[in-house]
Design a protein around this ligand. Structure first.
Ligand SMILES: *[C@@H]1O[C@H](CO)[C@@H](O)[C@H](O)[C@H]1NC(C)=O
Ligand SMILES: *[C@@H]1O[C@H](CO)[C@@H](O)[C@H](O)[C@H]1NC(C)=O
Ligand SMILES: *[C@@H]1O[C@H](CO)[C@@H](O)[C@H](O)[C@H]1NC(C)=O
Length: 355
């Protein structure tokens, strides 16, 4: 970090101490029921969060991309959303083997990752979360989900899945900023659509709100696993100011911290289940967050793009009939579910534009 940033940070902390004055008594923490951690299911969600980074939309749409295999094999894409204006990508589909709808959000693209990470030091709690007392969140993360083409497209896809498959479980995942959006999505679907038992899995997610928000979130979306990896820098940001727990950003539970213990060439990976505070001092908080490398690989799966051209889109003209585009160039690739199941290998394919 450059010197000017340190000075800014020191000033910020000083001002913070100055204006804060007396701290209100920390209220007794709401007892949350911690979700069970299923390593295989979590790894499956990691593979979905990895696939959503792919820039060849044809391969992604047909689920034939290099990352569209393994635990996610057989996934049925329903809708692929590319918000070109805000450089966001997400998809909704059905995982038959899980009997669930899966929603995945892409994180920040790598070429701008460094800038994005340094900006995270300065992100303020600048938006009151609607309908929640004292809950403050980061407006940028909130609006990336709520105020872009993503939310309406996701809601419409969920509605179409429901018509065909009934009320199957909804699982939401994302890495990095995609994790922040996954959390807002899980909360939105719970609160505004009344979908029960939503499962959220985030990987290397930054903090997104204050303690009041974290507490509401964990009560409403208890089935959340927030995985952090070793020294990954992003879960340490925006910073947590220990002396002002009510005023700073605060993670929600349940963290699962991945770290290595090694003796010589023998390295053992540990998956540590953390407490219900969201800020377990013996998990990711026990080390300094100083690694971008640890941010880009979880469970041995690469999270990030294969190439570093920002917002590169590879769209086969063949997909045009299935795409709908708005005046800003954002587009949605959508499968018509009332048609029979997608057959690969040139057999009959039934698609149609959603409009
Ligand atoms: C979202 O967009 C609406 C309409 O453009 C605007 O009124 C609202 O203030 C925006 N919300 C946030 C949090 O930026
Ligand atoms: C899928 O989940 C739904 C809702 O929980 C349930 O009613 C249905 O029986 C499940 N289907 C299978 C094949 O497990
Ligand atoms: C979806 O496909 C079915 C059957 O092929 C067709 O009847 C229906 O009109 C299509 N719906 C849309 C929204 O295109």
């Amino acid at each position: 970090m450059e010197l000017s940033r340190w000075i800014k940070m020191a000033t910020l902390i000083f001002l913070f101490a100055f204006v804060t004055g007396r701290e209100p008594k920390v209220k007794a923490r709401h007892k949350v029921q911690l979700p069970l951690y299923d390593p295989t299911l979590t790894k499956t969600m990691v593979e979905y969060a990895s696939a959503v980074y792919m820039s060849d939309l044809t391969e992604l749409f047909y689920w034939t991309c290099s990352r569209c295999d393994g635990l996610t094999k057989g996934f049925e894409m329903i809708e692929l959303i590319v918000d070109v204006r805000h450089c966001l990508q997400a998809f909704v589909g059905v995982a038959k083997n899980l009997n669930a709808t899966v929603i995945a959000f892409r994180g920040t693209q790598e070429s701008s990752l460094q800038n994005w990470v340094s900006d995270l030091y300065w992100k303020q709690l600048d938006l009151k979360y609607p309908g929640m007392d004292d809950a403050m969140v980061h407006q940028g993360f909130y609006t990336a989900y709520h105020n872009t083409t993503l939310r309406p497209a996701i809601l419409s896809a969920i509605q179409r899945v429901k018509e065909l498959y009934g009320d199957i479980q909804v699982m939401v995942t994302g890495h990095s900023m995609g994790g922040a959006m996954a959390a807002f999505c899980g909360l939105d679907l719970t609160v505004n659509l009344g979908i029960p038992n939503i499962q959220v899995t985030t990987l290397g997610q930054p903090r997104i709100g204050n303690a009041a928000f974290a507490s509401c979130y964990s009560r409403l979306v208890p089935n959340t696993i927030r995985v952090t990896n070793n020294h990954d820098i992003v879960p340490h940001l925006p910073p947590y100011y220990t002396h002002f727990p009510q005023k700073t950003y605060h993670h929600f539970p349940r963290e699962v911290w991945l770290y290595n213990i090694g003796i010589g060439s023998f390295v053992l990976r540990v998956e540590k289940l953390c407490d219900d505070s969201g800020e377990d001092p013996s998990c990711s908080r026990s080390v300094s967050g100083n690694s971008i490398t640890d941010h880009l690989e979880y469970y041995g799966v690469r999270l990030g793009c294969d190439d570093d051209r920002p917002c590169k889109i590879v769209l086969d003209p063949y997909l045009a009939p299935f795409a709908s585009q708005d005046s800003e160039g954002n587009f949605i690739l959508s499968r018509n579910l009332s048609a029979p199941a997608l057959k690969m290998n040139g057999e009959s394919t039934h698609f149609s534009s959603p409009l």
